[in-house]
Design a protein around this ligand. Structure first.
Ligand code: 5GP
Ligand code: ZN
Length: 112
């Protein structure tokens, strides 16, 4: 499948990996927007948040557990943001569900 993040998960494109298990893969964003900026993706190809159903939604809870663990390990304390962009209007540029985790600076709200 011609998907950038599937290729990263498969090791066909190098990445700065943080964590991996049977269900998900975490790696640093190539263009960090905060002192800590990593992505967590399901290994299964799900196009985006609009494709989550009762059948596949278990991965979302799993990913949030991984995020809680990784932010602790990275010393983010209790201050971080999790974002998933869905669709071009929301800024999604890679069509494989991913959760951005941003930390290490004060983050404005609302986003642009
Ligand atoms: P989106 O814009 O879809 O919400 O987020 C896609 C993210 O993937 C962007 O933050 C972008 O910097 C990151 N990205 C794009 N290509 C690569 C890559 O080849 N490697 C890594 N590590 N991150 C990438
Ligand atoms: Zn994919």
């Amino acid at each position: 499948m011609d998907c950038l993040f599937c290729k990263i998960i498969a090791g066909e494109i190098p990445s700065n990996k943080l964590y991996e298990d049977q269900q998900c893969y975490a790696f640093y964003d190539i263009d960090p927007q905060a002192p800590v900026h990593f992505l967590v993706v399901p290994k299964a190809h799900i196009t985006g948040a609009n494709q989550i159903t009762d059948e596949n939604s278990g991965i979302v809870g799993h990913i949030f557990g991984v995020i809680a663990k990784l932010t602790k390990e990275l010393g983010c304390g209790d201050d971080f943001r999790v974002v998933t962009n869905c669709g071009p209007m929301a800024g999604q540029t890679v069509g494989h569900l991913h959760f951005h985790v941003l930390a290490g600076r004060s983050l404005a709200w609302p986003p642009g």
